[in-house]
Design a protein around this ligand. Sequence first.
Ligand SMILES: [Zn+2]
Ligand SMILES: [Zn+2]
Length: 571
Amino acid sequence: MLTQVPRRATRLLLAHSGRPSACLARSLPQSSLSSPLCGASYTSSRTFLSWFKSKPKDSPFAPHKTSGKDKTPVLSQDDLFHPFSKSPFPAIRARGEAIRQLAPCPVCAGEHNHGLHSHHGHETKAVSFECPDCGWPTHCSEEHWAKDKEHQKYCARLREVNEDEHDLRSGRRMREFELPGPQDSEAAISFANWDVFWYTREFPSMDSERSRRHASKILTYPITIGSVLHQFSNLTLSNQRLTPEGSRSLAALRTNLHVPPGAPETPEAAVTKPQMRIFILGARAESSLPPHVWEQLCMLFPSALFHLYFIGPQVSLPKPASEVNKMPKSSEAPAQSSTVATSESSSSSPNAKETTSEAAAASEQQPPTDPKEEKPVYLPNVYEPPTPAPIARLKRTRSSIEQYGVPSYTVPYTAQLTITGMQANYSEVHAQFQETFDPYTDCFFLFSPGLGFPSPNSVNEATGEPLLQVASPTEWGPVLPQLLATKCPIFVTGFSPADVERDVKSLSHAPDVAGEFDWVVTPGPNAFLSEKWEVADFDPRVMVKTNWGIWGIRGKRREVRERSGFLGLNL
Ligand SMILES: [Zn+2]
Ligand SMILES: [Zn+2]
């Protein structure tokens, strides 16, 4: 997915069917992808793993959100269900429109597929009838809706998503986005599951499933990373999620993440330590998470320093300074005031947490557009993923293009956290890091990279079939061998059991990858997944959960290097 077109509708459809490989990809109902909404200007729409589907503009309360957090909500908690076409929020109405254009009626499609000849008889019509129980456009007509017994399997979940989307925009105080400050050094954090994590990290209590879904969605990226790396990780030798090789890799990293046993975990202990470098490759939505959400990762490790690198063609970059300056603001602070307040405050500042829900709602995925252009209210999530909207320019944000040679920025957010974003394929910048990798300080995370999905750009010349992305020169083909050569651990997530399985299987046929790695973390569920269902606009029956599963590998150490003690650890 280090490509311009990393994830496509095909992936989601495959995930849904659970069937592997490229043959299905080619049998995609093209009609559903060739609607007017999928024209050139829509080639970049992936909100499948995106944050929330609104922009501040969409909702009347948003522009004033930080000014008074207890003001009257637009929607009350018993008024969260609205059919898409009747939603008070333009973004939700627009999403309904998008689905009507894209999704085929499943009953028509079934009749179509069972017919003897596809050219005769039934035409698959688009969905235009809204199910009264979930509010989503689901069938071409009430008749086909009534006929479809299968819909019951999806209806309750779809209704849940409908209400979640309205709740997010309801204007209520989103306590689940009020993130806690630094951890009490006496209190240990548990990573058994979200509940004990939130409890031991002193989050506000998540007293509804809905709150859990909202909070887990925004926290899944930083806490997935933290839960893997932390000494109290739930991935252990005894539950066989960690391998002996993995145990050595993590022990190496933990020498710099934690303090020696018995010593207090304090910021002072970080002074003499090297920065931990976490390379998040193929980053998209995660690169547009507000920095104070990423700070939650740092707070799990009070004695460590972090440098996060978001690298990928779809990394979100700051708004251009020229655009920021045009904003009607007092001239002194060339950025939005609320966000600047966040960035300038220390990690413990109460201001930091208040902008979370605003940022969450604002981080809709949008390709960068000319500021004068009218932005579409909603971009359907079916086609090709967009580059997230530009992120806020913080006061100390500086361009790094001179340093890395690609569009990039670096921001020293706090003393503990530095963030760099590079809008480039990783293989373009690998050479700059190649000599510096160190298994004691560096690791890689790939969130739903789609290794096992067919490349949209590269075909096998012998067979004419698309190459899998893991072996494709335009996607992960050159990257994985480079990562394995570093001997630093590589952690990978997937959005469903089928997605994880597909990616893992793809490794066994990839040149310079098959046979060249050791397992670090065995494939399996991730306790820190997003609990929110993500629904595909091209077929609302397709639903996945961000970071459902996780696994990890590392370049194989050859015998002679092992003997000489590559890590120098006696574990
Ligand atoms: Zn129909
Ligand atoms: Zn329904």
